[in-house]
Design a protein around this ligand. Sequence first.
Ligand SMILES: CC(C)(COP(=O)(O)OP(=O)(O)OC[C@H]1O[C@@H](n2cnc3c(N)ncnc32)[C@H](O)[C@@H]1OP(=O)(O)O)[C@@H](O)C(=O)NCCC(=O)NCCS
Length: 245
Amino acid sequence: MAPSTLHPLQLNPQTGEHYLRLPPPHQNIIITPLRPTDADAIAQNLNDIRVYDNLSNVPHPYTQKHAEEWIKRVRSRSDELLERLREGSDDEPKVVDGCPVMTLREVKGDGTDIFLGDLTIARSSFAEVVDPDERAHLRNENEARPNGDPGIVYMIGDYLVPSHHGRGIMTAAMRTLIIDWAVPRMDCRKIMLNVRKGNVASRRVFEKSGFKFKGIVEDHLELTVPGRVGSPKWSLEIFEWTYQE
Ligand SMILES: CC(C)(COP(=O)(O)OP(=O)(O)OC[C@H]1O[C@@H](n2cnc3c(N)ncnc32)[C@H](O)[C@@H]1OP(=O)(O)O)[C@@H](O)C(=O)NCCC(=O)NCCS
């Protein structure tokens, strides 16, 4: 059992790793922190056009070094969130602005698991806002809000290995992240997302998770990561989720 300050995270006593478990029929899938051993799987999947073609922040080609740097950053953020949560008590649990687990894994019958993808929540960067001054203003305002402020706007990024697409896994994971974690442990009240126009699978995941379609920003997002600069600007579909009692 994980201490109650970390609820609803569970603890794997063998590995010392915290995790969230998806509900049936996906109870063999857990969400854990990233591991240093994930670099190969990340590099393989982020070089797969079925995955990276809909992710704006992924350099191409995506190298082992990119994966290793990413893992370092994400693990340090994950440790920071766990540390903050442990400072809480039963009477005064800490509210944080992220989730310390983000890596989907399928647990096999023999207890080993395989990497399935990523699901990350963070304060919004307002990438869908067209005016750069307004975007910067919204970002700064959002960053300045204290944890738990109901005015904070969050965003979510996700991908799943192609072998597991279309089985309802990301929808189940999205609901687990929002309902089991973001609402009770982050006091999350609003999430804004943008999806590349035409990414039907992603759009469906958000619709099935309670997001409302808010409109399209045409020819807006310029890709700025190595190997993808100069690509045509993306049109974005905007989705919003707000907390309902
Ligand atoms: C988007 C993604 C995470 C979805 O994960 P998933 O586990 O396959 O999603 P689910 O199975 O929960 O739901 C997918 C839905 O899209 C539908 N769908 C998928 N491809 C479709 C297509 N080409 N046309 C119409 N519907 C499609 C599925 O039928 C399903 O909807 P349904 O339940 O109403 O039938 C996965 O496709 C992925 O990793 N894509 C690449 C990265 C990406 O796009 N990330 C999101 C960036 S915003």
